[in-house]
Design a protein around this ligand. Structure first.
Ligand SMILES: [Zn+2]
Length: 169
């Protein structure tokens, strides 16, 4: 499964793809990054890769965002959709990642299915949480480097296109 940094970048990419026009503030980018990482908060309760990694959780995040933005945001439906997409990017990245701890995969289709899914293409390496092992830093730095090689060009392209489309309006 990718690192929190990879998830944050993917959240920015996904959120920016559907973000309302003229909303490109640092606060918005930070919200997309946080949404991209949020599913792994399930580590705090010892239920990793379960329902928080499902599309149902992304829908809940979208609805809650819509309710919270109700009075403060003119285009709240699009903004809530952008936050939900940022959250759902986590599911995509974990599905494309390598999982080394059972149950292998994620509950990507929760609540419609409780099965764990893992892509046959392991685009992202597993991040080790076993800090006591000697290879901890080496393995994680290589995995992070691979994530950055894949995701940084994508986020640069998406943000550049957004800036050009906003300045053209
Ligand atoms: Zn995850």
């Amino acid at each position: 499964m990718p690192s929190p940094i990879g998830h944050a970048i993917a959240g920015v990419i996904a959120g920016s793809l559907v973000s309302p026009p003229r909303v490109d503030r640092v606060r918005t980018i930070a919200a997309y990054a946080a949404a991209g990482m949020a599913a792994d908060l399930d580590l705090l309760v010892g239920a990793h890769s379960g329902p928080s990694h499902g599309i149902g959780a992304a829908l809940v995040v979208g609805v809650v965002s819509w309710l919270m933005l109700r009075r403060t945001h003119a285009r709240r439906a699009i903004a809530a959709c952008a936050i939900a997409m940022a959250y759902a990017s986590h599911t995509l990245l974990d599905w494309l990642g390598t999982d080394s701890s059972p149950p292998i995969g994620i509950m990507a289709l929760w609540p419609f299915s409780h099965q764990y899914y893992e892509s046959p293409w392991h685009v992202f390496m597993a991040i080790s949480r076993r800090y006591w092992l000697p290879e901890f830093w080496t393995v994680n730095l290589i995995a992070l480097g691979r994530e950055l090689l894949i995701l940084v060009p994508l986020v640069a392209i998406v943000l550049t296109i957004r800036r050009q489309s906003i300045s053209a309006v």
